[in-house]
Design a protein around this ligand. Structure first.
Ligand SMILES: C[S@@+](CC[C@H](N)C(=O)[O-])C[C@H]1O[C@@H](n2cnc3c(N)ncnc32)[C@H](O)[C@@H]1O
Length: 182
């Protein structure tokens, strides 16, 4: 699995280290893979939930959390189509958006984020800015992100994060808040 980096996204690590006083609450990590970021959120005091289509990913995530002596929930779910076990306060995006077919972004992804997140909830995302012609991973642009998400979310902040060495300068982090009326 070329996407398995053996460590959480540096952008998430930095965000959690620099936002210690933010209210915690529940967080969903869709397409959580082997659970590095579920663990990072659990360690930071969130009630973390990882979901992945692959039962093997869910199993590895559970093992990772148990080995760290932490608590988190996991579910083998299709984030794009399934209902959430509960609406979440936070949703963390990292390499699910780029792993699905681009046509699924309009069809499923945006409505799934709205379905899984509470109104007023925080959608924190790192996106991959690479050409999308021969993915996965399929890249995106700031223009596409604005078109997809600005009708439903208010942008709170944006920055270029610290990244894994092979992604340096190719990622964009956006921190959105779900609008109340959607
Ligand atoms: C590129 S991997 C990234 C994993 C993890 N986010 C990471 O960066 O280490 C994408 C993950 O999304 C999962 N996935 C793909 N489609 C999904 C869906 N519809 N619902 C839930 N998980 C999905 C895959 O099984 C895979 O584990």
């Amino acid at each position: 699995m070329p996407w398995e980096k053996g460590a959480p996204s540096p952008g998430l690590v930095d965000f959690l280290a620099t936002h210690l006083s933010l209210p915690r609450g529940t967080v969903c990590v869709p397409g959580c893979g082997t659970g590095h970021e579920v663990l990072e959120f659990a360690r930071a005091g969130f009630a973390a939930y990882g979901c992945d289509l692959a039962p093997s990913a869910v199993r590895l995530g559970r093992e990772r959390i148990a080995a760290a002596g932490l608590v988190a929930e996991f579910g083998a779910k299709d984030f794009l189509r399934d209902p959430p076990p509960q609406p979440f306060d936070w949703l963390w995006e990292h390499t699910l958006f780029c792993a699905i077919q681009p046509v699924e972004r309009d069809l499923y992804y945006v409505s799934a984020v709205c379905r899984w997140l509470k109104p007023g909830g925080n959608y924190l995302a790192v996106y991959y800015l690479i050409p999308d012609d021969d993915g996965p991973p399929f890249g995106t642009t700031r223009e596409e992100l604005w078109r997809l998400f600005s009708p439903h979310f208010q942008l709170l902040d944006e920055w270029v994060p610290r990244s894994y060495p092979n992604r340096q300068g190719l990622e964009l982090m956006l921190w959105w808040q779900r609008k109340l009326e959607v």
